[in-house]
Write a protein that binds this ligand. Structure first.
Ligand SMILES: [Zn+2]
Length: 402
């Protein structure tokens, strides 16, 4: 079967392509990327005025299945991903049971093959039951298709366990994705600690709670010569630490979320629980530092930290509400509208942050329009204007501040 995507602005940062071209696909594989391909045997998609790029990858998604299907499942979460322009998602292991052994990883992959509509790459746990005491059998997790390990949702508080995790993961060239949070500083915290937390009377979560662990993990990456990836980096101090680590050639990478790039803690004043997220929305100063990190390469990729919740855990008092934002269906538009259309970020860099950026972090053969690779392609319509309506989300999680 042939498919020709005709006349779009092809943006493929990995191959330094930004030009009006055609993309020919045969049996699901990219067979040519050229100017004016004449082959019209199959279906033709007119992409004039559109942006044609490698399929977007979201390396930080909570699909919630198994165990929390009332929040999201693989069928709804992958449809939300497709609508948002993502062709590959990595799913975090804080399910029930958690993905801490090959059987659960295999279950997720088989479910995804049956019910999913995009590629689903599972992430295995660092520690058994995510309890932070004993390492998982990473060799088994890798054999079952896991592309990284993480205890996301929980930090790995024991530095010695983290050191061993890095040593072990290094044997498989597996990135260790770290949720950086010093829990003794964030207990009962509701929002970023600063001027607005005092004004709104909510307990703060200081930037230092994240930075302490970013600093620790960089030291451990240096000790072990292993790859640590900082999840949802949100502070100026984190950016400084990661930038410095990279300048010394350490294997340290980082992601930021769309919401941390465009929203600040000031909006928490509405006490709308859909603004409650961990790490919290930060102040202007931190947001500016994240933007700088996007521009200078300190940040490797944008990831949503898609965290769908049931209405009950958000439709309540701020202190009682769950942390998290349903992000898959708004991510590309939020970055495009908030950063590209306003001139902060170049479109090519945006595509890089959603494609080859995460693919390189994970070491997977995705994120390009290379001839011979899977035809995972995202087409963006830069003229499309839409009002965000969570009731129309494919995701079961309607929790969005946008
Ligand atoms: Zn996290």
């Amino acid at each position: 079967m042939k498919l020709l995507i005709k006349g779009g602005r092809v943006v493929d940062p990995a191959n330094d392509i930004d030009a009006v071209m055609d993309v020919l696909i045969e049996d699901g594989i990219i067979s040519a990327v050229q100017v004016n391909i004449l082959d019209r045997e199959g279906t033709v998609i007119d992409a004039a005025g559109k942006i044609v790029c490698p399929g977007f990858i979201d390396m930080h998604v909570h699909l919630r299945e198994p165990g929390f299907e009332y929040k999201e499942d693989i069928a709804t979460g992958t449809r939300a991903a497709a609508v948002g322009g993502f062709t590959t998602v990595c799913c975090m292991p804080n399910t029930n049971p958690v993905i801490d052994n090959a059987a659960v990883a295999t279950f997720v992959r088989e479910r995804a093959a049956k019910a999913g509509v995009v590629n689903v790459l599972p992430i295995g746990c660092i520690s058994k039951a995510q309890a932070g005491h004993e390492l998982t059998e990473m060799a088994d997790l890798v054999a079952a298709g896991c592309v990284a390990v993480s205890d996301d949702g929980n930090p790995v508080s024991d530095a010695s366990l983290m050191r061993n995790a890095l040593d072990y993961a290094k044997m498989f060239e597996l990135p260790v994705l770290s949720h950086c949070e010093e829990r003794s500083l964030t207990k009962n915290g509701q929002m970023h600690e600063g001027y607005f937390s005092i004004l709104y009377g909510l307990k703060g979560i200081p930037a230092a709670a994240e930075e302490l662990m970013v600093g620790r993990d960089i030291k451990l990456a240096e000790m072990t010569d292993a790859h640590v990836h900082i999840c949802h980096a949100s502070t100026r101090g984190s950016m400084e630490l990661i930038r410095e680590a990279k300048s010394r050639g350490l294997k340290v990478t980082a992601e930021v979320t769309p919401h941390h790039l465009v929203l600040t803690d000031e909006i928490v004043g509405d006490y709308d629980a859909d603004t409650k997220v961990n790490p919290p929305l930060r102040s202007e100063e931190h947001l500016a530092a994240l933007l700088q990190g996007l521009l200078d390469g300190t940040v490797d990729c944008i990831a949503t930290d898609h965290a769908p919740h049931h209405l009950e855990s958000k439709d309540c008092e701020y202190d009682l509400a769950a942390f998290g934002i349903s992000g898959l269906e708004t991510a590309a538009a939020v970055v495009m509208d908030g950063l590209v259309n306003t001139g902060w970020l170049d479109l090519v860099r945006m595509v890089e942050l959603f494609t080859i950026g995460p693919a390189d972090v994970l070491g997977i053969d995705k994120g390009t329009l290379d001839v011979g690779t899977d035809a995972d392609i995202t087409i963006l319509d830069p003229e499309l204007t839409k009002v965000v309506n969570p009731a129309e989300f494919y995701s079961k999680g309607k929790n969005t501040p946008f």
